[in-house]
Design a protein around this ligand. Sequence first.
Ligand code: ATP
Ligand code: ZN
Length: 223
Amino acid sequence: MKPRDRLRIAMQKSGRLTEPALELLNRCGLTFRQSRDKLFCFGEGEPVDLLLVRDDDIPGLIAQGVCDLGIVGRNVLNEYRLTGGLAGPALAEWRPLGFGRCRLSVAVPQELDYRDASQLQGQRIATSYPGLLGEWLRERGVDASVVTLAGSVEIAPRLGTADAICDLVQSGGTLVANQLREADVLLESEAVLAGPQALPSDERGDMIELLLKRLDGVIQVRE
Ligand code: ATP
Ligand code: ZN
């Protein structure tokens, strides 16, 4: 691929991470021409542009070198590391960003008296995170059948297609509405700055270092 002289950051086009990610970049002194309905946002002052995409596409775009950095949930980044990104270059979590906090948890029917993961032996567990769930089960020596669903995971037990689920939880309200309760936490997640393990050796590497420095300043002020 032709080397670029501008830095490109991927972020979620429309969703929970969009507003806080833009605000964080603004605080780092980055402003963008208003064209948020588009895929591409041109950076005004600094040579840094945005690519607005679905959050699930962000790790792949970094791995392919289409983008230099991305703002994405740790849950999405780690799932990609376990499933999508096995052949490609390794991705790194450069900074935790302090927003978009949630947990990836196993939830079970409310009436079940859950003590530990061994009770999931032989059960069907619905999830959009087969990589993370599979690893967690393996580490505990539990043999369960992982049912991969793209969305609406929380209704699977009511539909009879799963016995338990593994999904993102913030307040737990969705679980209660579906007669489920949080039983075990697999991953504490938040938005992170993701990038390649090795910084590019051209001037984009210097730009990334500068951005990391500004980010550290902004995050420190916020804490
Ligand atoms: P996209 O259209 O980009 O694929 P999405 O529906 O996958 O959007 P959102 O629901 O906006 O994504 O969530 C984006 C990220 O926000 C999640 O990957 C997760 O890291 C974080 N998050 C925080 N709280 C929650 C929650 N309660 N449910 C889901 N995601 C949450
Ligand atoms: Zn998504």
